[in-house]
Ligand binder design. Structure first.
Ligand code: SF4
Length: 280
């Protein structure tokens, strides 16, 4: 099915984020062409549903004007770009809204944290290179192309994302890998986690990791993709024990490969520490 693009108007640009480490969320797009099967945004994006997730992207065409107005009065802080969509999904090549927002925010004393799965972010190296107050993360759930096609659906493949991490890091950008979401029975093996942590070690970047958020939409999309056997195994899983075990493995591998690894939940304290330290 061809993706539908809608042009809509934004009422606000800098919104409160559900992520404790961020002061604001900036989302130029609603919906995401990547259509990942585990995406929590399918549950919380206005007008979206798990059944149609990945089919439509709404472009908030006036968001830069709204942002220009809002930054005059908003307290300076850390802005996540983006939190319920990929800021560098294909449509950004045409509209360039994420790029314009980053320029504006950095010029006005805000810190910016980018999270994407797309090499399109490299188009903007000219505005990102060596910038203080900026970091960029690339998400990787698995190094495996086949598994990626299943769960990351239309996102760029893992190799493209690893190249993106390498280029960002080479360009003096504070770079991190988001390792996740870690999904029981899919990408939670020691081998899969070790492959990603060893890549982070090669690239000398830090890792933020998290498990699958138990949103009902994500569970139903994954259930549809992975089959009823996976759904039944989720019902009997002792989630707490499973995660304790996976975190123990991550901690061991982080030590072995000398990589700084923070869970998404401990990220607030890590970010708070960074706020008071020079970025380089
Ligand atoms: S790239 Fe991010 S926002 Fe887009 S569908 Fe995947 S997880 Fe959701």
């Amino acid at each position: 099915m061809e993706m539908r693009v809608l042009e809509v108007k934004a009422k606000s640009a800098l919104n409160r984020s559900g992520m404790v480490e961020l002061d604001y969320a900036f989302n130029a797009y609603l919906g995401c062409a990547h259509g990942c099967r585990y995406c929590y945004a399918a549950d919380i994006t206005p007008g979206e549903s798990p059944e149609t997730w990945g089919d439509t992207v709404s472009v908030r065409t006036n968001i830069i004007e709204v942002l220009q107005r809002e930054i005059k009065s908003k307290r300076r802080g850390l802005v996540g770009i983006s939190t319920i969509t990929d800021p560098y999904q294909p449509i950004e090549a045409k509209y360039r809204l994420s790029r314009q927002a980053i320029i504006l925010l950095l010029a006005n004393g805000f810190r910016v944290s980018i999270q994407t799965k797309s090499p399109l972010v490299l188009r903007d190296l000219d505005i990102l290179r060596g910038k203080k107050g900026l970091d960029a993360g690339v998400s990787l759930a698995t190094p495996d192309k086949e598994i990626s096609r299943l769960i990351d659906r239309k996102s760029p493949l893992p190799d493209a994302r690893i190249r993106t991490l390498r280029e960002l890091s080479r360009n003096m950008i504070k770079t991190w890998m988001f390792l996740g979401p870690i999904i029981p029975g899919i990408n939670d093996t020691d081998e899969s986690i070790e492959a990603l942590i060893s890549m982070a070690s090669d690239l000398k970047i830090r890792v933020i990791y998290d498990l699958l958020n138990p949103y009902s939409g994500a569970r139903s999309m994954l259930g549809e993709t992975l089959g009823s056997g996976w759904g039944s195994s989720m019902k009997t899983l002792d989630r707490r024990k499973w995660w304790e075990n996976r975190e123990a493995t991550i901690t061991r591998l982080a030590g072995q490969y000398n990589v700084e690894c923070n869970s998404e939940t401990s990220e607030l304290s890590a970010e708070t520490g960074i706020l008071y330290k020079p970025l380089y």
